[in-house]
Design a protein around this ligand. Sequence first.
Ligand SMILES: Nc1ncnc2c1ncn2[C@@H]1O[C@H](COP(=O)(O)OP(=O)(O)OP(=O)(O)O)[C@@H](O)[C@H]1O
Length: 292
Amino acid sequence: MQIKIENLTFSYKSKAVLSIHESEFDSGKIYGIVGKNGVGKTTFFKTLTNIITNYSGRISFDEQEVKKNPNLLTKVGIMLDDMELYKSYTGLFNLRYFGGLRGGFDEARALEIAAKLDLTTEQLMGKVSRYSLGMKKKLILLISIMNDAEILIFDEPFRGIDAKSVEWMRSYLLDLKQKGKLILISSHVQEDIESVCDQVYLLAGGDFKASFDLRDTKQLLTYTVVVNEPEKLKTYLTDAGLEPVVTGNNVKFDSTIEDFQKTFRHAVEHGVDFDSIKKESKFADIIKNGEA
Ligand SMILES: Nc1ncnc2c1ncn2[C@@H]1O[C@H](COP(=O)(O)OP(=O)(O)OP(=O)(O)O)[C@@H](O)[C@H]1O
């Protein structure tokens, strides 16, 4: 599937939030949507899914306008933090209710995924009003993924859930991508974005201001390595045309993966021991600053 945005503008009363000229998202990819607090990421997701419809411009899935064809939403799974659940009913009731709304609900499959997220059947038999924050979040996640949607949209999917579930969720998202799903994620956590996304879009001032291909092996990464012989490594890096900065045993420099690997092999062969290697995409600063 393809999502296409054309001249999308939206304001909350007098507050202009979105003004996206043009953008496209394709199946088989995971996109990260990043930007400062309050920049409009959640609002963007709400326009994509008809939670907000009083926008101008056009949003289409495979050339069909979503506002005019709300049945297209049966192909979408969305997870938003402020999603309303039936709190005085059980988790299982909510699963059946929301699963039933979208059709094609497979309870056995839903319970299988629940188990992966460590949501036990016993917990699912309990009232949602007694759930912890993390349990509620997991239930919302489960509702968004259990129907085998073609398009999956997750607002901060990893926030508030435990490390084991984050790990499972990351690998599950990569599986869904392999199956050709189109996935959009917002997150403020660089590691979450780097571990699953193919492409990152920076939302700033209402529009997408920059985009990064995280799978591009030619992109420049910032490396920080700790070695036994920093001056020796500095010489090898400088010979390779790089510009290292040495602080104690730390050596910091920008390089492509390919150039780093070549220098790494050469350095190891000549007695340089690497204690640790940290690499960050250039977009890390942009995540931190929210600006291109
Ligand atoms: N229902 C609403 N009525 C009026 N203004 C709103 C409403 N919801 C959000 N806003 C405002 O719209 C802007 C965009 O909010 P939104 O929640 O989309 O940002 P966000 O990028 O998802 O933020 P965060 O990273 O903090 O989750 C903010 O300035 C927010 O205060």
